[in-house]
Design a protein. Structure first.
Length: 116
């Protein structure tokens, strides 16, 4: 057992490094979340959100979405989204959680379409 523990201590997991490009994606995610909070409901159309965000969204202008950015969005970004949205708009029931989840998946799909 000690040998297995020693081997596990030597195991290194490479965490991807997120750069300025990924942080710009995070800023756009923040912009989307602000618009959702402004609307006061999770029952909004993703394209209407894009329109209401206007020039505050910067993807395809200041940066392009890459595979590593999508990875961030699907992992750390997803966790960030849920925690942040729950702070401003409760996710304490199945209905609100499912609607918030649906919005996130539509947003993810939108960003996936632009991957280079």
């Amino acid at each position: 057992m000690d040998e297995i523990c020693a081997d596990m201590n030597l195991l290194k997991v490479e965490e991807p490094e997120y750069d300025e490009n990924t942080m710009k994606l995070k800023e756009d995610l923040d912009t989307f979340m602000r618009e959702i909070v402004k609307s006061g409901t999770y029952d909004v159309d993703i394209y209407d959100l894009c329109v209401s965000c206007g020039h505050d969204l910067t993807w395809d202008v200041q940066y392009t979405v890459r595979e590593i950015d999508l990875y961030w969005l699907q992992t750390d970004g997803f966790e960030y989204y849920l925690k942040t949205m729950h702070q401003y708009m409760s996710l304490n029931n199945d209905e609100s959680y499912n609607k918030a989840l649906e919005l996130f998946h539509k947003l993810l799909e939108l960003f996936t379409l632009t991957v280079e």
